[in-house]
Design a protein. Structure first.
Length: 616
């Protein structure tokens, strides 16, 4: 209890205070060391390192959206380029009047974020798949390259800024702070390096905090199991869009810094080579590490510069070989691999770290008062549901009203349409005809996350969980609408009800198969739905476990409407519930267990005699 209470009582400011000692202070130390070393370096090295910092910022933006949200974008360099051109346009128009270019750097970030918002809206709300998203972002990059390269001529100008086509935009102002009462605040080479390092440090701290905050946990859930997040009531389109916009804003800052560094930008920032380089930096450093983005840039650029000095014009070959080696030898990247090995080396006492062993105990069913949040029994009605996949009709006018009995059971042979029926009810599959009504609301055209918010929860046949998350984090995601002070009580109540409290800080991957099934049930309970769908909850259980599961369902039915799809007739009998049999996509029989299961035609269908008779 204390471990949950302590966690819940730590407010955002308190959590940030503890968190900053681990990462923010480390970032301050690294920034200070980089400035100390950088100020002693030659002018050529200072210029080179400032360029690397700008590259590191755009690489960090990809590490955030790819490593945290699972969005593999081939277009981060496009956002980087938009930031460069945004800085160029605003600085050329503003600097002669204001004497500062920080506004131009801010605009670079906003311009890239706005472009990412527009592009992300069409990609994520248009349900573009992961592979097609990568192709689409690459196509957008190449389109921008072509468009910007075609802007030669004096007519292509924005105020005092001429785009310049393939020749680019030279003569840009470098960074100038524009401090009042001070003379020229235009940064020299060393000042620009110090500014770039400090800026990168601030961005790293901010993005790290976001990655470790509630936002980061939601994005990790979207990355690991997008479908379950929708079934928990999250609009995954919005969260992926938000992550993409944040990544765009960071990439735009990197592009603006790049333009200020070189006082020049041209269409090459949108080129295919630059697009590939961002991917290589992140893969080498480690896509799950924000600091790895900067390490990846340092390693790759150092190798590239050295290779170009040794073998002229063979840098792409060297980088290609380097990428292949990193994939085979360090698939997780340099930083995560080294971090894991260092933790292993410096383990307490030098002992071998033994992973936690799965607990094979069957979950205990607690008393009703211990069960997680209680709602009201809801209603769900299927009216003439039809679903076809191409020329195959799976549901052929299913009618079912669940608004009276506390528990309903659905049975049927394989291929009867049971899973498709559940998928249509929950919104994972849209029906071809008919209507679904949930708690009096027509939800036929609503997506799954909207139906979850209206009170519909489901446990799938195969456990749908988040393998890399702890048991605690699973319940926290399910408690998305609860106040912070209520979450610790509901978390404990739910996990004690399913006998998972002792595994609260273990990752889901370390749980046994049965415990993973119960973890999914715990998430459904934490949602507090009025209607719960259970798809084959007794599958793979021992007779004793099945009896306990039946007891749990009857207990839950006092506060939730339960609909169970099951093959095991003994388990269905134990539910003491009305039974509906589906056959060939239709409701074949309805009634009590005895009425349905003692029907001669039902027996023939289950034993296969109906089919055999047709062929006799």
């Amino acid at each position: 209890m204390n471990q949950i209470t302590n966690e819940a009582n730590r407010g955002p400011l308190t959590r940030f205070w503890h968190w900053k000692h681990a990462k923010a202070m480390t970032a301050v130390f690294v920034v200070g060391a980089a400035i100390l070393v950088g100020t002693q370096a030659s002018m050529a090295d200072q210029l080179k390192w400032t360029l690397w910092v700008s590259f590191g910022i755009v690489a960090m933006s990809l590490a955030f959206i790819w490593g945290r949200a699972g969005i593999f974008s081939f277009g981060q360099n496009a956002l980087f380029g938009i930031g460069a051109y945004g800085y160029a346009i605003v600085s050329l128009n503003l600097y002669p009047h204001s004497g500062e270019t920080l506004t131009a750097l801010l605009f670079a970030s906003l311009a890239a974020a706005a472009f990412a918002a527009a592009l992300g809206y069409f990609m994520f709300y248009g349900r573009v798949g992961d592979v097609y998203l990568s192709v689409l972002t690459l196509a957008v990059t190449l389109i921008l390259y072509t468009v910007i390269s075609s802007t030669a001529g004096p007519q292509y100008r924005i105020g005092e800024a001429t785009l310049g086509g393939f020749n680019g935009m030279p003569g840009l102002p470098t960074l100038s702070l524009g401090l009042p009462g001070v003379g020229s605040t235009e940064l020299d080479i060393q000042g620009l390096l110090i500014f770039a390092v400090c800026l990168a440090g601030v961005l790293y701290v901010v993005i790290s905090y976001l990655a470790d905050s509630a936002l980061g946990k939601i994005l990790a859930g979207v990355r690991d199991n997008e479908m379950r997040m929708e079934l928990l009531g999250y609009d995954v389109r919005f969260w992926k869009w938000l992550a993409f916009v944040i990544g765009g804003a960071v990439a735009g800052i990197g592009g603006g810094l790049f333009a200020a560094w070189g006082t020049f930008t041209n269409p090459s920032v949108f080129g295919l080579t630059q697009a590939a380089m961002v991917i290589i930096w992140v893969m080498v450093g480690g896509r799950n590490s924000l600091s790895g983005a900067f390490i990846g840039v340092m390693i790759v650029q150092w190798v590239a510069d050295g290779a170009d000095n040794v073998v002229s014009e063979q840098t792409p070959l060297i980088l290609g070989l380097m990428l292949i080696l990193s994939i085979f030898l360090l698939p997780n990247g340099v930083v995560p691999t080294l971090s894991r090995r260092l933790k292993s080396m410096f383990a307490i006492g030098g002992d071998t770290v033994v992973p936690p062993q799965p607990d094979t105990r069957s979950p205990a069913i607690r008393a009703p008062q211990d069960l997680a949040p209680k709602g009201n029994q809801g209603t769900i009605v299927a009216d003439n549901l039809v679903k076809s996949f191409g020329g195959l009709s799976v549901l052929r006018g299913v009618n079912l009203r669940c608004d009276n009995a506390p528990v309903y059971a659905i049975i049927g042979p394989n291929g009867a349409g049971k899973s498709t029926f559940f998928n249509v009810l929950v919104g994972r599959v849209l029906n071809s005809e008919g209507r679904v009504t949930l708690n009096g609301f027509d939800v036929t055209v609503l997506p799954a996350f909207e139906r979850a918010r209206l009170g519909l929860g489901i446990k799938l046949q195969v456990a749908s969980i988040f393998p890399t998350m702890t048991v605690r984090q699973h319940i926290e995601l399910a408690l998305r609408t609860r106040k912070a002070e209520d979450r610790q009580r509901e978390t404990e109540r739910t996990l004690r009800a399913t006998d998972l409290f002792d595994r609260i800080d273990d990752t889901a991957a370390d749980l046994s198969h049965g415990q993973q099934q119960w973890l999914e049930i715990a998430m459904v309970l934490a949602q507090n739905p009025s209607v719960i769908l259970l798809d084959e909850p007794a599958a793979g259980m021992t007779p004793h476990e099945k009896m306990r599961t039946a007891k749990l369902i009857r207990t839950l039915s006092t506060h939730h409407r339960i609909i169970v799809v099951e093959h095991d007739m003994a388990f269905v009998r134990a539910l003491d519930a009305p039974v509906t049999m589906l056959h060939e996509g239709r409701v074949f029989r309805q009634g009590s267990f005895e009425t349905v299961c003692e029907d001669e035609q039902v027996i023939n269908i289950y034993l296969g005699r109906h089919t055999n008779a047709q062929h006799a």
